[in-house]
Design a protein around this ligand. Structure first.
Ligand code: NAP
Length: 320
């Protein structure tokens, strides 16, 4: 049996979907049926979603065949909202809970008024944050967490170099690495130097003035750029160092030649890690930085900003 909120849940909702891959004009705001929930799922009334680069990469078909998507597809895999209905086997969530989630990317996303999410992918929203701030957290912060803690196993006192510290992932990575006791070096352009210092960076490489390849004896490189930046990262690592990329798969043979380890991370939903991140946020150890908030209907503009590759912090869609 499903438990539902007293407030009536409508039959239909607004959602932004694509029916084919392409430029931003394939994003269509439509009225569709509210998703059904299985016994293990909760229905969340979405208050805010966020825009991540993966959204426009999916939209353009760059990940075609990799994630099991079917058209039409609702984009957006970051959500903050309120539980309005729970499946028969859901015991930990109840109607009215304020939650956030990075839901399964193989399924329909959160550019919509409602989303169904597996109960294991949901966590309580940090109490210090409003809906828009909370929606900005899950995907980017989980990525930073899984790179720094799971893949790199970053230790207190180690030196980590984080590429693009002013971006969605980088801004969380700086703060998560500092909370772990690491020495943080990050890169950005001149206009963002003060911003990343304010987030806790100990040293900043302004890439308009200095090449990051001049760094040396780094324990962990967090590559958020891929390509040439990844290829030039090996030589800045010390023996036994770790290179983790979230953009390109590093070559293990080259890693072995440099006596380092390498990893590729594709972020996964994780409730326990969302709880740990929420605790750091509520303890004032992590700030959430938003570049701009757009209305759901203005999603094309939000994608255009993300596609510039110059957003400062996160881009959010308000869904109320
Ligand atoms: N594998 C995964 O699970 C996963 C998860 C999340 C993200 N990603 C990928 O990781 C990448 C970063 O994601 P994101 O959300 O952080 O992107 P983002 O928010 O769009 O990053 C924008 C930031 O990148 C900085 N930047 C641009 N070029 C730079 C350069 N050459 N050197 C240093 N900084 C530079 C910009 O700073 P300036 O304006 O100062 O240049 C800007 O603040 C994307 O390709 C995304 O798809 C992968």
């Amino acid at each position: 049996m499903t438990t539902t909120s007293n407030g009536a849940i409508p039959q239909t909702m607004r959602a932004v979907r694509i029916h084919e891959y392409g430029e931003a004009d394939v994003l269509q705001t439509e009225t569709i049926a509210i998703p059904e929930i299985s016994e293990q799922e909760v229905l969340i009334k979405v208050h805010a979603a966020s825009v991540n680069p993966v959204d426009w990469k999916v939209r353009k078909g760059y990940l075609d065949g990799m994630l099991g998507h079917q058209m039409p597809l609702t984009l957006g895999w970051d959500v903050a909202g309120e539980v309005v209905s729970v499946g028969a086997e859901v015991s930990e969530w109840k109607v009215g809970d304020a939650v956030y989630s990075r839901p399964n990317i193989s399924r329909n996303g959160a550019y919509a008024q409602y989303i169904s999410v597996d109960q294991k992918e949901v966590a309580l929203k940090p109490t210090a944050l409003n809906w828009q701030e909370a929606a900005a957290v899950p995907l980017a912060a989980l990525t930073a967490w899984q790179v720094l803690h799971d893949a790199a196993q970053l230790q207190a006192g180690e030196k980590v170099f984080i590429q693009a510290g002013s971006g969605g992932v980088g801004a969380f990575a700086i703060q998560i690495a500092k909370a772990a006791g690491a020495y943080v070096i990050t890169s950005c352009s001149t206009r963002n130097v003060d911003f990343v210092k304010q987030l806790g960076a100990d040293e900043v490489v302004d890439y308009t003035q200095q090449r990051f390849e001049t760094l040396k004896d780094i324990d962990v490189v967090f590559d958020t750029l891929g390509g040439e930046s990844l290829n030039n990262s090996w030589k800045i690592l010390k023996d036994g160092g770790r290179l983790v990329s979230i953009v390109d798969v590093p070559d293990e043979t080259v890693a072995a030649e440099h006596r380092v380890k390498s990893h590729f991370v594709f972020v996964e939903p994780n409730r326990e890690q969302l709880d740990a991140i929420a605790a750091l946020i509520d303890d004032n150890k992590i700030q959430v930085l938003i570049d701009r908030v757009f209305a759901l209907e203005d999603v094309k503009e939000a994608h255009a900003l993300s596609e510039t590759g110059r957003a400062k912090g996160k881009i959010v869609l308000s869904v109320d």
